[in-house]
Design a binder for this molecule. Structure first.
Ligand code: NAI
Ligand code: MG
Length: 356
């Protein structure tokens, strides 16, 4: 049966990169008849907001709940405040569908540019497991006496036992399967409730996994070490905010935003999971066909992996790797002069040559 995919290209470069990802998934279906997709496009995003006063249809979440996965480009555009575009679409989807696991690989492929001196692909190979449903992005807080001299804002960090345990346990399971170490990144010295609690739960859960080697770092030290000794990190588990920030740093050391992919997973599969490049809508380069679609294509690989097509998931990464080595079909951010669609076509060509 065909997998039903809701496609939300979104804003800016979102539509440009997502159409290349869809092109690649369609190529996979052509090459392997046992993998079929049915794509449905949704025009939601900032343009939709400017016309309709909302980022998505009122019954959007109910509509999306009938799909097997969501494939999203990016949301956000000048003219619509970022907190409205983010909360009106992306964060609502992550929360409504309990996509509490955000998987972001930080993996330097051979041929990808790395700004760190003397670091090679074997040094930069981590998987971030970011808490994706609560923490600093719980959306809880208040704004009192707005506009008055005694104005006060409160933004709560919400760390529940269930929320912390499930993400930490997911990371331990991944570390066990991958036979790699697990590093927890927190800030227990300054955040004396939330992060002390996080550290305590990490320690508790670790007792169930004596076979997994563990490390704990404070987020400031971890940021430094990601630059000076990235080889220290293998599987990493961290909170919503820290994961957001550190994975942009991760993107920078692993080839740039154009190569950084992400999966928002509901591991129980009660709801659809969502696959999206981690970059934003890049208004500075939108509409010029010069955005790098490889992050979106890498996210499509994560979708294939989640559906159980691990072989094809690996083949997509292999194709990305081949382009990086060959260097003929790369976009300007990677030093090339190819258009977005040409990079997409080159991935398709590679897959057809290798696997038809
Ligand atoms: P951004 O990721 O859109 O861009 C940062 C820089 O990276 C820009 O110079 C851009 O040209 C470059 N870049 C990003 N993706 C690229 C790609 N695929 N190929 C080549 N270059 C690429 O982040 P920025 O500028 O902070 O945010 C722009 C808008 O995107 C804002 O409205 C923001 O709220 C939104 N945003 C949305 C996200 C999402 O939908 N998941 C995530 C981050 C930001
Ligand atoms: Mg981010």
């Amino acid at each position: 049966m065909a997998h039903k995919i809701a496609v939300i290209p979104g804003d800016g470069i979102g539509p440009e990169v997502i159409s290349e990802g869809v092109k690649v998934l369609q190529c996979v279906s052509k090459l392997d008849k046992s993998i079929q997709f049915e794509f449905t496009n949704f025009p939601w995003g900032c343009e939709f907001y400017l016309k309709n006063g909302k980022m998505m249809d009122d019954d959007g979440i109910e509509t999306l709940s009938k799909f097997d996965a969501i494939y999203l480009g990016a949301v956000g555009y000048p003219g619509v405040p970022d907190h409205i575009s983010l909360w009106g679409l992306l964060l609502i989807i992550r929360k409504s569908f309990d996509q509490y696991v955000n998987i972001r690989p930080v993996k330097l492929l051979t041929g990808a540019p790395c700004p760190l001196k003397d670091k090679n692909p074997e040094d930069i190979n981590m998987i971030f497991v970011r808490e994706n449903s609560e923490g600093e992005y719980s959306g809880s807080g208040s704004w009192l006496y707005k506009g008055k001299p005694n104005e006060v804002v409160i933004q709560d960090g919400v760390f529940s036992r269930v929320g912390c345990e499930r993400i930490i346990r997911y990371a331990f399971e991944l570390a066990r399967t991958e036979k790699r170490s697990l590093t927890s990144i927190s800030k227990g010295n300054a955040l004396n409730y939330s992060m002390v609690f996080w550290d305590q739960i990490f320690k508790e859960v670790s007792e169930e996994y004596p076979d997994v080697k563990t490390y704990s770092y404070l987020v400031d030290a971890a940021s430094m070490l990601m630059v000076t000794k990235p080889e220290r990190f293998e599987i990493v588990v961290t909170s919503n905010l820290f994961g957001d920030i550190l994975t942009d740093l991760g993107a920078a050391i692993a080839g740039g935003m154009g190569l950084a992919a992400g999966a928002n997973l509901n591991p129980e599969r009660t709801y659809p999971s969502m696959f999206e490049p981690i970059h934003g809508s890049a208004p500075d380069i939108a509409g010029k066909q010069c955005a790098n679609p490889l992050a979106a294509i890498w996210s499509a690989s994560q979708m294939l992996d989640f559906f159980g097509y691990t072989e094809w998931a690996d083949r997509l990464i292999e194709a990305i790797g081949a382009l990086l080595i060959e260097k003929k079909s790369l976009t300007p951010d990677l030093g090339g002069s190819a258009a977005t669609w040409e990079t997409g076509d080159a991935i398709v060509d590679y897959l057809q040559k290798q696997y038809s």
